[in-house]
Write a new protein. Sequence first.
Lengths: 412, 153
Amino acid sequence: MSAGSHKTYRIPIGPVHVGLKEPVTTWLDVDGERIVKATVRPGSIHRGIEWMARERNPIQVIYLAERICGICSFTHIVAFLRAVEDAAKIEVPIRAQYIRSLVLELERVHSHILWAGVACYTFGYDSAFNLGMLLREKVMDVLEALTGNRVNYGVGTVGGVRRDLTPRAAKAVREMIEFYRREFQTFLDVVTEDPIAKARMRNVGVLSQEDAVKYCALGPTARGSGLRVDLRHSSPYEAYGDLGVTPLVPQDYNGEVFGDVYDRFFVRVMEVIQSLELLEKIVDGIPEGPITWEPKLPKVLSALKAADGIGWGIIEGPRGDDTHVVKLTKGEENVTWWKVRAPTYANAVSWPLMFKDQEIADAPLIINSIDPCISCMERILVSDARAGRSEILTRARLVERCREKTRRLMGA
Amino acid sequence: MKLTRALEILPKSLWVFHCNSGSCNGCDIEIVATITPRYDIERFGMKLVGSPRHADVLLVTGPVTKYMTERLRRIYEQVPDPKVVIVVGNCGASGDVFYKSYSLDGPVDNIIPVDVYVHGCPPRPEAIIEGAAKAVLLLEKKREELLKAGASR
């Protein structure tokens, strides 16, 4: 066919689509099998979480923050708690910091294994998916032993954690580490050494190093493009200062970096192995001591009521940097405002770049390759909502802001 | 037929269409855990299907945001009769932690009729399997009613 006669067709994907686990709408302009242009429309599961927080006190907001996303729930809790503790100048005991790091790493293990499994499922490698999900149940058991819940653990509280690491739970963590050292290599081998799996992922959805910087990619997406960025390394929080984390990039293992789906896959599965080392260090090095700054809840609440100021909490979640900013006002029980910036929003901006000139059959794989967490992404942008300016928060205005954000993303 | 026997003498394997109407993903990963090797409800032939037109059961998670209301209604209408709607998770049943939000039309029973509620935030996979067993009974009842009303097999 001559170049001039090409006609593009627009294919809508989503909001509810079998290749997507969460609602997001994507329109792909295709020329034959080749994707020419991609447009993303987020906002389908916007629940107004930041707005709801304005009617709740920080302890209640913890459980709301947990339900921003069910996969990286503890990441959101810790980021929120660090912001509140920063605003109220509360110091967290070292044992509590270690337990937080422990649960964060366990969460990273389960999130990465889940993602790796789903990625295999996306290109039709169901046996690897089922193997991954089978392996994942082990870490779910440990999380349940440690916190009492499989998902949405509810162990964080302002100034510490709510559950101690008992010797039995520590033993379960050690057993889990041994189990994964023994079994996880199988999963790694069946995927990375499978020629078809490699062919489906190599040179698909490439994000170059410069583009990753330009489009502010975060977490494993950025590391898959060869950038050495990891908040656990560059600005350690909780117990990570003692643990010594180095960013994991594909060029250290394979000698070169492509920035494709395979590299992002590789980074995530290797991070599971890295997390096992960190978990071992945490369980070995955990100091004795109290697990909360103040066990009595009314005392915590009155301290938070007296607090005044803005606090920040930035941590490295399984998908990238998770930033929470909280404003507390003296004399007010409730959170004055709260802003969440989850990593998927930054990563989703690079979708159109990854889609460009790819085949339509690779689209779900590319969507999945940044490990999108749509429920994390659906935020409103309220930058200033002091008393007296509450008219900003009318629904029409919020909807408009939501659309503004969409337009901005569409322009990217 | 007793609930405990529902999965043993299964008249038909349920085919399920899953619609996420704004959930936090917690329920969705537990649903995935339900169909994968540890809990493995697929051994009864129950599976997630790609189109509502192939499904017997519509499984809804999430508190239903305004954008998803119309989509959820459309999906419900596409599922052929007899059909059963299962709501997984507290937020689909009552709004739960998302109560008082400006951008929700839910809970789910405001929009489509719901037959089975599975509670928990998120529910354990065992609870989701129990919900599926209840759905089997309900589906049989609905099928009989339809046959009595003169529908052809």
